[in-house]
Design a binder for this molecule. Structure first.
Ligand SMILES: [Zn+2]
Length: 141
């Protein structure tokens, strides 16, 4: 038993093992296998194997540098996607009270109170000012 563990440790030495991208790959593979318990769809099954194979390949890979670069790319896309959903969730949640507008100079998303009329907005990121007309807001009293 001890020699087996030793051999296994030797085998695993210098290999890439786990990161966030691998966690995502194994989770997707697992989720697909759960979804596919009853339909037993061959295409879902092939995707399940594909994600599992990608996971195994990356887990056992000795090219640490390349796998790290892949993970960084994955995290960048993941964060962008997450931010997109958070923004849209907030837009829906605050629809009655706030509007989200884009700064025409630096493209930053700005959150302003939904009050009818023309407003002068100063972007806190780039400092530029611009005018913005808001319709369908609460009446200014
Ligand atoms: Zn700006």
């Amino acid at each position: 038993m001890r020699s087996f563990l030793y051999k296994f440790a030797m085998f695993m030495q210098g290999r890439y093992k786990m990161d966030q991208l691998n966690f995502a790959l194994i989770s997707i593979s697992l989720a697909l296998s759960i979804i596919n318990v009853f339909p037993r769809n061959i295409i879902i099954y092939l995707f399940e194997l594909l994600f599992l194979a990608l996971f195994a390949f990356r887990f056992l890979s000795k090219n640490i540098y390349k796998r790290g670069a892949e993970n960084r790319k994955f995290l960048a896309v993941w964060e962008k996607t997450r931010d997109f959903f958070i923004l849209h969730k907030n837009k829906i949640k605050e629809f009655k009270t706030h509007v989200y507008i884009k700064c025409p100079y630096c493209k930053a998303q700005l959150r302003v109170k939904r009050i009818n009329g023309k407003h002068k907005v100063r972007c806190p990121r780039c400092g530029e000012s611009f005018e913005k007309k808001i319709h369908f807001g609460v009446k200014n009293k």
